[in-house]
Write a protein of this length. Structure first.
Length: 1113
C-alpha cells in the first residue's frame, strides 16, 4: 500500500521539509560546519576503539550522527546510514541535536518547525560562544547540578595548597616593593601629621602669655537659611480707609460732625430688618471736632504736618549754609570750579562696602596683632581707616606703626602724609632723626618746605648724612647760583666720582682750560662713558677747533673698543641727535662719520644706513639724517637711491644752492641715472635759467643716447618757452631713433597746439600703422577730425572711433569718445547701440552705465533713465558715480532716502559725497552743504569737480574773499587731474596755456553757469579767476632764486609754481599718456618723495570721512 501523501505547506508554493526523505547528505558533508562547529569524538563514546580515530573515522562518525538525528526527527525507523551509525555508536538519546554541546542549534524551516521536539528541560544554561568568557568560563557552571563529593573536596584542597605555595614564593619581594611604593607616595604627598610634626614640636617653646595673645578665630561661614515663602493677602477696606484718613488734612474747620445724622439710622426703613436699626451707623464721632489747623486730630495725633516738615528742612538747610560761610566776609568758602570735581570724588558707601570694611578691619587687626613689626600691615590698616572716612583713627594706627616699626621709612612717609601740614614737619623731623640715611625722608621734608633758605638748609643737612647721593647733590646744585653751584659741584665730584652728570655739569660751569682738566679727570674716573668724550667734542667746537672734534671722536671709539665696552649704533645715533638738538652740528657729523661702520655688515650696509636716516628724519633730526646720507654716499657713490634720498632731503629742508651742488655731484657719480639729470635740469628751469637747463639735457643726451624720458623733457622745455621749431626738430630725431607711443603722441600734440591739424592728422595716421594697439592715438585721431577749423568731419571722426574700438575693445575712454561723437550729433539710437557693444566688452563698468543714464536724460526719456539707473545700481552697487545720477533722477521727496541708501553702500566715494553736498545746497542747508563739500575735497584732492563745486558754493552763498582765496590756493597746491567736467574743460586745446584759476573758472562756468553771472563777487577773486591777478601763495616761475635758505612756505610756493607751469602745458584728454610721461621725467622730484606722505594723508581723509558719515547718519 502506498504511503499517504504528506499535506502541503500552509504557504502557497512552499515545500514541507521532510528529514530523511530523498537523497542523503553528500560524501564530504560535515554537520554544523556552516555555523562554525567542528566534529569531535571521545574515546569513551566509541566502545571497542583504543586509538584516536583518523580523518576517515571522524567523517564516518559525523555521517552517523547526522543520520541518527535524521532518523529521530522523522520517526522510529532509521535510514540505512542511520542504522550504520547506530550499529557503531548506539542509538542516540531522544531529542539529540548534533553539535548542541558546541553551541550549535537545530535548524528547521517552514511549517516543519512545528514538528521539532521541544527543548530539553534538563538543559537550562546557555552554553553558546557568545556566553563564554576566556577567564571565568560560562555564566553558569557546567557542573552546577552535579553533587559535591569527596573527590571534589580533595581536588579543591590540592588546588588551595598549590596556590598557597605559589603565593609564598615571592611574598617577601612583593612586601618590599609595596613598602617602597608607600614610602615614595608619602614623600610626594605627606600626611597632615607629617607636615605639622616640626611645628607641633615647637609648640613646647610657646609661653603662656604668647598662647593667650593668639586671637580667637571667628566663625565667618555663611549660614544658609532657607527662605520662608512669603504669603500675600488682600488688605481689608477698613485698613485702606484708615490709612487714607490718617494722611489727609484740611485747611478748613470741620463741622463738628454735624454732617452725620444722629437719627440712629431712622432714615433706613424699619421694615428692612436687614439693617439693625441703623445702630452700626456712627454718630459722627469719628469726625474730628476741629480742623487740622489746630494741630490736633482724632487719628494720627502727634504726626507733624507737611508744613512743619518743610519748615524743619529749611532750618537744617540754613544751618548747613551757615557752616560753609566765612564769618568775616560772608562769602562762601566752596570752590565753584572744583565743586563738581569734589562731587565726583565722593564715594558713597553701600551696605556691602561697610561689610567689606568691617571684615578687612578685623583681618588687618589680626595681622598687626600677630606680627606688630610688619610695616605693610600698619600702612594697610591706616589706609583702610582713611578710606572709611576715619582720618583720626588712621593717624592713631600709623602712629602705633611708627612705634612698632621705627626703621621703616614707608611707615614714616605714610604718617607724614596723613598728618596735617603743620604736624607733618614734626613727624619728618623725628623720622630723619631715627633714619638719617633715608633719601626719601629727606626729600619729603625738602618738598614740604616753602622758603628757599629752608629748602637749602634741609638739603645741606641731608648731604651731611648722605654725601654719596647723586639725587641730593643735583637738587642742591639746582637751588644755588652759578658761583655757589660750581663750589658745590667741586665737592660733589669728590663725593660721587662715578656720576657722569655731575662731571659734565661742572665742566659746563668752568672755563675752557678748567673744563679740559675736569673732563680729563672725569674720563679717568668714568672710562667707559662716551658722554664725556662727546662733551669734550662740544667743548672744542665752541672754541672753533673743528679738526679736534673728529680726532676726539675717533679716539673715543678706539678707547671704548679697547676697554671692551659694547656700544651699539643706537647709542651713538642718540648722542648725535642730542648734539644736533644742542646746536653742535660738527659734533653730530663727527659722531656719524666715526661710527658709520659700527654693527654694519657689508651686504646690508645701504639698507641699514637708509633706515637709520629715515628714522632720524622722522624724529626731526635733519642734520643727523643728512650726515648719514652723506657718509653713505662717500662709501657707495654709485647708488642712485642714496642720491635721490639726499636730494629729497635737501628739497624739503635745504637750500637751492645746496640742492644744485648735490645734483651736480650726483650726475657725475651716476651718469646713467636719467632721473638725476632731469632733476638737475628742472632745478635750473625753475630758477629761470633756460640755457643751463638745455646744457644739462644736452650733456644727459651724451651719457644716455636715445633716451625717451630725456627727449620728452627737452621737448617740454622748448614748448614752455615757445620754441616750437626746436621742439619739432627734437621730436623728429627722436622718432627716428626711439619709435615709442609717447614720442608719437607728443609729436601729434605739438602740431595740434601749433594749429597745423593736417600735419597732426598725417602724423596720427602714420603712428597708427606701427602702434594700432594704442587707444590714445585713436582718440587723438578722432578729436583732430572734430576740431579741424576748416574741415570738421563728424562722420570721419566716428569712423576713426569705430576702427579704434575694434582694435582696442577694452578701452572704456575710447568707447566713451565714440558715444560722445554720436550724442553731440543727436543720434541717440546709434549712441545706445555703441554703449550696448561697450557693455558687452566691458561688463559692470560704472562709466559706461553713467553714460547710458546721461543719454536717456539728454534725450528726454526720464522714465527710461530711471530704469537704466536702477539696472546700473544693481550691476555696480559700489559705484558712487552711478548712485549720484540715481539720486537726482528721483523725486524731490525721495532723494534723501535714496542718498541714505547710497551711503550705506559706498560712503567714501567722492562722487557720492559731492552729490550729497549738492543735495544739501539745493535744499538751502548751507552749513551742511559746506561741511560735505569740505569733506569731498578732503577725501580726494585730485577730484577737480569737487573743487569747482566748492568754489561755486562759496561764490553763490556770500563767501568772503578769504574763503575763496583759500579754496583757490588749496586747489592749486592739490593739482586735481580727475573729474567728468574737469577733464572735458581743462584738457581742451584752448585751456592748455591758461593759469590754474582760469581753468577753475572754466569748470565752474560749465557746471554752474549762473554763479559767474553774479555781480556781488569779490573783485579780487573775479580778477584772479579771469587771469588779471595772481592771488596764489606761489611765486612766479620766472622769479630768480633768493639768497640763503628756504623756508617751508617758500618750498610750497615753488611747488605751486611748478604746478602752474604744468597746467600751461598740453593736457588734453587724448594726450594724457604723454603728459604722464613728461611728468614722470621732469616732475619726478615732486612725485616720488611725496608717495608715502600722500598715502598717509589719504588714509587720514578716509578715516575722517567715515566719522563724518556716521555723524550724518
Amino acid at each position: 500500500m502506498q504511503a499517504p501523501r504528506q499535506p502541503a505547506s500552509l504557504m502557497p508554493g512552499a515545500r514541507r521539509f521532510m528529514p530523511g526523505v530523498g537523497s542523503g547528505p553528500s560524501g564530504p558533508y560535515v554537520a554544523g560546519v556552516g555555523r562554525g562547529a567542528t566534529p569531535f569524538s571521545t574515546r569513551a563514546e566509541t566502545p571497542g576503539l583504543h586509538s584516536v580515530p583518523g580523518r576517515r573515522t571522524d567523517n564516518l562518525m559525523n555521517k552517523a550522527a547526522l543520520q541518527a538525528s535524521a532518523g529521530v526527527m522523522v520517526g522510529g525507523e532509521l535510514s540505512s546510514s542511520a542504522r550504520t551509525a547506530a550499529e557503531l555508536f548506539g542509538r542516540p538519546p531522544p531529542g539529540y541535536i548534533p553539535g548542541r554541546g558546541r553551541g550549535a542549534t537545530g535548524f528547521a524551516g517552514g511549517v516543519s518547525r512545528d514538528d521539532t521536539a521541544t527543548d530539553n528541560v534538563h538543559d537550562k544554561s546557555d552554553l553558546s560562544d557568545a556566553n563564554f568568557d576566556p577567564f571565568t568560563g560560562y555564566s553558569e557552571a557546567l557542573f552546577n547540578d552535579a553533587e559535591y563529593d569527596e573527590e571534589d573536596k580533595e581536588a579543591d584542597r590540592i588546588y588551595d595548597t598549590v596556590d598557597m605555595r605559589m603565593d609564598a614564593r615571592r611574598k617577601s619581594r612583593r612586601e618590599n616593593r609595596l613598602k617602597e611604593e608607600i614610602a615614595k607616595m608619602r614623600a610626594e604627598k605627606p600626611t597632615i601629621h607629617q607636615q605639622f610634626a616640626d611645628l607641633k614640636r615647637s609648640l613646647a617653646t610657646v609661653t603662656k602669655e604668647e598662647w593667650e595673645a593668639i586671637p580667637s578665630v571667628g566663625d565667618y561661614t555663611l549660614k544658609r537659611k532657607q527662605k520662608k515663602p512669603q504669603m500675600f493677602s488682600m488688605a481689608p477696606d477698613s485698613l485702606l480707609l484708615q490709612g487714607r484718613n490718617s494722611t489727609s488734612y484740611s485747611n478748613s474747620i470741620a463741622s463738628a460732625g454735624s454732617a452725620t445724622p444722629i437719627g440712629f439710622g431712622m432714615q433706613t426703613p424699619l421694615m428692612g430688618m436687614a439693617t439693625p436699626l441703623g445702630l452700626q451707623t456712627p454718630l459722627g464721632l469719628r469726625t474730628p471736632l476741629l480742623g487740622s489747623g489746630s494741630g490736633t486730630g482724632s487719628s494720627g495725633a502727634g504726626t507733624p504736618s507737611l508744613n512743619d516738615l518743610g519748615e524743619a528742612r529749611g532750618t537744617v538747610l540754613s544751618v548747613k549754609l551757615d557752616k560753609v560761610m566765612d564769618n568775616l566776609s560772608g562769602q562762601t568758602v566752596i570752590d565753584p570750579k572744583g565743586y563738581l570735581t569734589d562731587l565726583n570724588s565722593m564715594q558713597l558707601q553701600s551696605d556691602a562696602d561697610v561689610a567689606d570694611i568691617k571684615k578687612a578691619r578685623t583681618l588687618l587687626k589680626s595681622v598687626t596683632a600677630t606680627n606688630p613689626h610688619h610695616a605693610p600691615g600698619w600702612i594697610a590698616a591706616a589706609r583702610l581707616e582713611e578710606l572709611a572716612g576715619k582720618l583720626q583713627a588712621a593717624r592713631e594706627l600709623i602712629a602705633t606703626g611708627c612705634q612698632q616699626c621705627p626703621k621703616s621709612e614707608d611707615v614714616w612717609l605714610e604718617a607724614a602724609r596723613l598728618e596735617k601740614p603743620a604736624n607733618a614737619k614734626a613727624v619728618l623731623a623725628k623720622a630723619v632723626s631715627v633714619l638719617p640715611h633715608s633719601v626719601r625722608l629727606w626729600f619729603d621734608a625738602y618738598a614740604r618746605e616753602k622758603d628757599l633758605d629752608q629748602r637749602k638748609r634741609v638739603l645741606r643737612k641731608a648731604l651731611e648724612f648722605i654725601p654719596n647721593s647723586v639725587r641730593l647733590w643735583k637738587e642742591a646744585v639746582s637751588l644755588e647760583e652759578e658761583k655757589n653751584a660750581r663750589i658745590m659741584l667741586t665737592r660733589a665730584v669728590e663725593c660721587v666720582p662715578q656720576s657722569v652728570e655731575i662731571w659734565l655739569a661742572l665742566a659746563r660751569l668752568s672755563s675752557y682750560e678748567e673744563a679740559q682738566k675736569v673732563l680729563n679727570e672725569a674720563r679717568k674716573k668714568c672710562p667707559t662713558s662716551p658722554e664725556i668724550w662727546v662733551a669734550a667734542c662740544k667743548l672744542e667746537e665752541t672754541q672753533g677747533n673743528l679738526k679736534m672734534v673728529d680726532t676726539i671722536i675717533a679716539r673715543a671709539r678706539d678707547n671704548l673698543i679697547a676697554r671692551g665696552v659694547a656700544q651699539t649704533r643706537d647709542v651713538w645715533l642718540r648722542l648725535a641727535e642730542e648734539a644736533e638738538a644742542s646746536g653742535f652740528m660738527a659734533t653730530c657729523q663727527a659722531i656719524v662719520r666715526a661710527t658709520m661702520k659700527v654693527g654694519v655688515e657689508g651686504m646690508n650696509a645701504k639698507r641699514i644706513w637708509k633706515e637709520d636716516a629715515e628714522e632720524a628724519l622722522s624724529r626731526g633730526s635733519v642734520a643727523t639724517a643728512r650726515a648719514l646720507y652723506t657718509c653713505a654716499i662717500e662709501r657707495l657713490k654709485t647708488k642712485k637711491s642714496l642720491w635721490l634720498a639726499l636730494a629729497d632731503l635737501e628739497t624739503k629742508h635745504g637750500t637751492t644752492q645746496d640742492l644744485e651742488k648735490l645734483l651736480a655731484k650726483a650726475v657725475v657719480c651716476c651718469p646713467q641715472a636719467e632721473v638725476l639729470w632731469l632733476m638737475l635740469a628742472k632745478q635750473h628751469w625753475l630758477q629761470g635759467d633756460v640755457q643751463a637747463a638745455r646744457k644739462v639735457l644736452a650733456e644727459a643726451f651724451v651719457h644716455n643716447e636715445n633716451n625717451e624720458a630725456i627727449s620728452l623733457a627737452a621737448v617740454k622745455l622748448e614748448r614752455e618757452n615757445h620754441e616750437f621749431a626746436r621742439a619739432r626738430k627734437i621730436l623728429k630725431r627722436t622718432r627716428a631713433h626711439v619709435n615709442t607711443q609717447k614720442v608719437w603722441i607728443q609729436s601729434v600734440q605739438l602740431e595740434r597746439q601749433v594749429g597745423d591739424y593736417d600735419a597732426a592728422i598725417a602724423l596720427c595716421e602714420e603712428a597708427l600703422k606701427s602702434h594700432a594697439e594704442c587707444p590714445k592715438l585713436w582718440m587723438i585721431g578722432g578729436q583732430l577730425h572734430r576740431e579741424h577749423p576748416t574741415k570738421k568731419d563728424e562722420e570721419k571722426a566716428a569712423e576713426v572711433f569705430q576702427r579704434g574700438t575694434v582694435v582696442c575693445c577694452r578701452s572704456v575712454p575710447l568707447w566713451l569718445c565714440a558715444v560722445d561723437c554720436q550724442r553731440e550729433q543727436g543720434k541717440w539710437s546709434v549712441a545706445r547701440a555703441i554703449l550696448e557693444k561697450a557693455k558687452l566688452r566691458n561688463p559692470k563698468n560704472p562709466d559706461l552705465w553713467h553714460a547710458a543714464i546721461r543719454i536717456e536724460v539728454e534725450a528726454g526719456n526720464k522714465q527710461m533713465a530711471q530704469h537704466v539707473a536702477s539696472k546700473a545700481v544693481q550691476e555696480c552697487p559700489n559705484s558712487g558715480l552711478v548712485w549720484a545720477e540715481a539720486i537726482f533722477l528721483e523725486e524731490k521727496s525721495a532723494q534723501t532716502h535714496k542718498a541714505v541708501d547710497a551711503l550705506t553702500k559706498c560712503e567714501n566715494d567722492v562722487h557720492l559725497v559731492l552729490a550729497v553736498a549738492c543735495l544739501f545746497w539745493k535744499e538751502g542747508k548751507i552749513s551742511k552743504a559746506r561741511k560735505w563739500l569740505n569733506r569731498s575735497v578732503t577725501l580726494d584732492a585730485s577730484f577737480g569737480d569737487a573743487w569747482a563745486a566748492f568754489l561755486a558754493f562759496e561764490l553763490e552763498n556770500g563767501g568772503g574773499e578769504k574763503e575763496c582765496r583759500n579754496i583757490i590756493n588749496k586747489a592749486s597746491l592739490a593739482q586735481p587731474n580727475r573729474g567728468l567736467n574737469w577733464n572735458k574743460v581743462v584738457k581742451h586745446v584752448s585751456c592748455w596755456t591758461l593759469s590754474f584759476p582760469e581753468k577753475l573758472r572754466k569748470v565752474v562756468e560749465r557746471m554752474f553757469p549762473e554763479v559767474m553771472k553774479n555781480d556781488k563777487l569779490p573783485q579780487v577773486i573775479k580778477d584772479a579767476l579771469y587771469g588779471k591777478l595772481d592771488i596764489s601763495v606761489a611765486k612766479s616761475t620766472s622769479s630768480l632764486p633768493q639768497k640763503g635758505g628756504r623756508t617751508p612756505d617758500q618750498i610750497k610756493d615753488e611747488k605751486a609754481s611748478e604746478g602752474r607751469k604744468r597746467e600751461q602745458g598740453d593736457s588734453s584728454p587724448t594726450q594724457q599718456g604723454a603728459s604722464d610721461a613728461k611728468a614722470a621725467a621732469v616732475d619726478y622730484r615732486d612725485e616720488r618723495p611725496s608717495t608715502q606722505r600722500e598715502k598717509r594723508e589719504r588714509e587720514d581723509r578716509e578715516k575722517e570721512s567715515e566719522r563724518e558719515t556716521k555723524k550724518a547718519k
